[in-house]
Design a protein around this ligand. Structure first.
Ligand code: FES
Length: 231
């Protein structure tokens, strides 16, 4: 029936071999591609990061600056509010019991000093209370800011003279913090005292300028030698 010639058989064999060759070649090519892809993956993973662009740099700088600003702003806000939160200088401070404070002043012959509030509490028995001390003195007491009104040094109390004497330039104030001598332009500044029953509260957030030079509501002269030389 069928007669396969030698030339037909040879052609079929060549076609099969060619197809086999193409198949093997194609398979090899595909494997090579897969292998190259597999090798490229880890290289990509460890490849150095792209250098940062100028836009990213400025954006990072802007965000960093904003962060610093927010931290500083938050810190400043906290510092401003902290006295009121904690009850330190700038807040209304509970200084203690009225009778105990008066007894301490009398027994020590010194003003009652509260460092955390930066004030002295001094006796003030002038009756009636002069107009300039209305709303400031209460319960026979007055609260003086420790800061010299000349250039800001802390003014200690001199037990010998019973006056406040500034060690920086020699300004002197009587026991009520009224100006007596030296370069200070007025008496010591002061804070209002509030009484809640027997509790003495000093409003350090409400600083009142000291009385003008020439004010002498107590007539108290120096009671001994000065601690600081004359100005
Ligand atoms: Fe007190 Fe100058 S700072 S006299």
């Amino acid at each position: 029936m069928f007669a396969i010639t030698q030339s037909t058989f040879a052609t079929v064999v060549v076609v099969i071999l060619f197809a086999l060759f193409v198949g093997l070649l194609g398979g090899s090519f595909v494997r090579a591609r897969r292998s190259a892809t597999a090798r490229a993956e880890p290289e990509r993973a460890t490849a150095p990061t792209k250098p940062i662009s100028r836009r990213d740099f400025f954006r990072g700088g802007l965000l960093g600056g904003l962060g610093v600003f927010l931290v500083q702003f938050g810190g400043a806000t906290f510092a401003f509010l902290y006295p009121n939160i904690k009850g330190g200088f700038g807040a209304t401070i509970d200084a203690g019991n009225l009778t105990e404070i008066k007894n301490a002043i009398q027994s020590t012959r010194q003003p009652f000093y509260l460092g955390s509030g930066r004030f002295y509490i001094v006796p003030y028995d002038v009756d009636p209370v002069p107009e300039e001390y209305q709303g400031i003195a209460a319960g026979g007491l007055m609260a003086l800011y420790q800061r010299c009104v000349h250039l800001g040094c802390r003014v200690p109390f001199c037990e010998q003279s019973q006056w406040f004497e500034c060690p920086c330039h020699g300004s002197k104030y009587n026991r009520a913090g009224e100006y007596r001598s030296g370069p200070a332009p007025r008496g010591l500044d002061r804070f209002p005292i509030e009484l809640q029953g027997e509790e003495v509260r000093v409003v350090t957030g409400d600083l009142t300028a000291g009385p003008a030079r020439g004010t002498d509501s107590t007539g108290q002269n120096a009671e001994g030698p000065f601690c600081v030389g004359a100005a």
